[in-house]
Design a protein around this ligand. Structure first.
Ligand code: FCB
Length: 465
């Protein structure tokens, strides 16, 4: 492959075909779409609590009702079928399946996922289950949440209970979604539930999440899982001045916190030295017990990559370390000169191709899947239409980047758009819309945006025109 081809692909002038068997789909998460917060024995999660804490979430929005997917799942699956999705990635709500976090299984909670899986299979859609997409039972947070080692073992118990019920029909299982967010936003900056701000707790949470991943991966394997995966939010971190050694060191540190801290234990069986130094510095090294790293390195069959934007950093004397990146004094995040989404996230698809190629080079042997990619924009409904050209351009650019990475040697097996539906965007409540399908929250009407129709065509031709 020549560089010229890559340029052409990224600027959107060439037709692009994906490999035969490429998996196309969309992703969601339980708390963001289900609603039914108190139905059939579900207990509160940390997000129910956080949403009710004044000042934490935009306009105090909660997931109490969300998209009512719990009741409308049949229509939503029919919609997926109309869009031609081959794979649907969703998460299970821990407080539905184990309302007290660690004890008996609530079969009524599992019944919902049982029905959903049957409905998906009936429509020819491959279900992909994530065990933990951030909705920890509040009762477990009351016992320390992810700072408590027991939580890792409870995640493995959740894995065992869930695969016992769904394992005859679900092929692909993911342990965690984005442990960086759970730890650094949940226990570091506090912008996510449970809203703690403590660097020591942050690193303790990192380790217990990763230990939970390893234990759950083993439990899934024991339960007969055919494909076990972990989904990380990985970031292509770039030094402002690539040749400047100080900027390089700044980028390396942020790469450590965002990427290597999770990739290395999962795929190489050890934390990176520079990250171990941060565990030490913040008094959290004691949580890493002998043998833990071997448990974390349980074999996986697929690495899920969630990608939205790259990061640009430089060394800057006196710069404070943000609470989401403890230990990063002297590193400044630089605003990028790129168009931004409604989240203010810069749009730069080259970050995705660079990231996928870097994973292929540094962590060879594990197949990759983009398990989330997409954009929020200020959508306008006009009659029966949402003309979301910007979202189409975003998806088109990132699919070209994904394809360029495949051409460059990355073993990329699939692409899942975030998200099927507009939904509860965590601290932004319902204020940000990432869906291919517009949701009118007053009536629960689903309206496929232009991007949904466009994506259906992409799937149909297994590529871009
Ligand atoms: C990811 C989350 C997902 C959604 C997107 C926009 O970090 O996994 O739930 O919020 O961002």
């Amino acid at each position: 492959m020549t560089l010229a081809t890559t340029e052409e692909q990224l600027t959107g002038t060439a037709a692009v075909r994906f490999p035969a068997g490429f998996r196309w789909g969309a992703a969601t998460a339980s708390y963001q779409i289900e609603g039914a917060a108190a139905d059939d024995g579900r207990t509160p999660s940390i997000w129910d609590t956080f949403a009710r804490t004044p000042g934490k979430v935009f306009e105090g929005h909660s997931g109490d009702v969300a998209c009512e997917h719990y009741f409308r799942y049949r229509d939503d699956v029919a919609l997926m079928k109309r869009l031609g999705l081959g794979t649907y990635r969703f998460s299970v709500a821990w407080p539905r399946i184990k309302p007290d976090g660690s004890g008996p299984v609530n079969s009524r909670g599992l019944d919902f996922y049982d029905r959903l899986v049957d409905e998906l299979l009936d429509k020819g859609i491959d279900p992909m289950v994530t065990l933990y997409h951030w909705d920890l039972p509040q009762v477990l947070e009351d016992r320390g949440g992810w700072t408590n080692r027991d939580t890792a073992y409870y995640l493995a118990d959740l894995a065992t209970a869930t695969i016992a019920r769904l394992g005859d029909r679900v092929r692909t299982w993911t342990t965690l979604n984005e442990p960086w967010c759970s730890a650094f936003l949940g226990y570091g900056s506090g912008v996510h539930a449970p809203g703690r701000q403590d660097p020591r707790a942050t690193f303790e949470a990192v380790h217990h999440l990763m230990l939970g991943h390893g234990l759950a991966a083993r439990a899934l394997r024991a339960g007969g899982a055919r494909e076990v995966s972990l989904t990380l939010n990985l970031t292509d971190v770039r030094p402002l001045t690539p040749a400047d050694p100080h900027d390089q060191a700044a980028a390396r540190l942020i790469d450590g916190l965002q990427n290597r801290l999770f990739l290395d234990p999962a795929l190489r069986g050890r934390y990176p030295q520079d990250m171990l130094a941060l565990f030490e510095r913040f008094g959290a090294a004691g949580v890493i017990r002998s043998g833990d790293e071997a448990l974390i390195a349980a074999p996986i069959d697929l690495l899920g990559v969630n990608y939205y934007q790259p990061a640009l950093v430089r060394a800057q004397v006196g710069a404070h370390s943000g609470e989401a990146h403890p230990g990063s004094e002297g590193v400044e995040f630089v605003t990028q000169s790129a168009p931004v989404t409604a989240m203010d996230w810069p749009v730069d698809p080259t970050g995705l191709s660079d990231l996928l190629l870097r994973l292929a080079a540094d962590y060879p042997g594990v197949p990759l899947m983009v398990t989330e990619n997409g954009a929020a924009y200020t959508d306008v409904v006009e009659g029966d239409r949402v003309a979301d050209d910007e979202r189409i351009a975003y998806l088109d650019g990132h699919l070209r980047a994904a394809h360029a990475a495949i051409e460059g040697g990355a073993d990329l097996r699939g692409y899942l758009a975030w998200s099927l539906l507009d939904n509860y965007e965590w601290g932004y409540g319902y204020g940000k819309r990432f869906g291919l399908v517009h949701v009118d929250y007053a009536t629960q009407r689903r309206l496929p945006k232009d991007s949904a129709h466009w994506y259906a065509e992409v799937i149909g031709r297994n590529g871009l025109a």
